[in-house]
Design a protein around this ligand. Structure first.
Ligand code: FE
Ligand code: FE
Length: 164
């Protein structure tokens, strides 16, 4: 696809994010299953439900931009999930695996936060308030999830892992 305008670039990045969200929706159930602390499992399960909504919102964004809701393989998310898989497969104490799961999940959230931050700024520049709203809603949920993971790590999981 030829990148002539900021709008073209926005469509390209939006398609990347749609695929990223779809990949994450597939990976999160495995991460929830691997989590040992109930609050961490709950955090992953909750974010799975939000992620399904993120897929829907990205489809709406692409449609609002006049494009089919078709993703484009996100190699970055593929790599992050690949690394997450190593956490699922490694031999580890449950508390230590939980700490590793949080580390992997926060890398994912930060990737999403960067992507949505960029898209949301572009939507603003291009004068697309409805698109900006959709992106902003998702961005807020990614940030909340990241914060929750930090809180779980600092208050429970890291402490338990350090005591293992
Ligand atoms: Fe998301
Ligand atoms: Fe997320």
């Amino acid at each position: 696809m030829k990148m002539q305008t900021l709008n073209d670039l926005m469509v390209d990045v939006a398609r990347d994010m749609l695929d990223a969200e779809k990949q994450l929706a597939k990976a999160l159930p495995k991460m929830a299953k691997a989590a040992s602390h109930p609050e961490l499992r709950q955090a992953f399960t909750k974010h799975l439900e939000e992620t399904k909504v993120h897929v829907e919102r990205m489809a709406q964004v692409l449609e609002a931009l006049g494009h089919a809701a078709r993703g484009k393989k996100c190699k970055a998310m593929e790599g992050l999930i690949e690394e997450g898989k190593e956490v699922l497969e490694m031999e580890a104490a449950p508390e230590t695996r939980d700490a590793a799961l949080i580390a992997a999940a926060q890398k994912v959230e930060h990737y999403e936060i960067a992507g949505y931050g960029t898209l949301s700024t572009w939507a603003n520049t291009l004068g697309l308030p409805e698109v900006k709203k959709l992106l902003g809603d998702t961005l807020a949920e990614e940030k909340t999830t990241d914060g929750l993971l930090t809180e779980l790590a600092e208050s429970i999981v890291n402490v338990e892992a350090a005591a293992t």
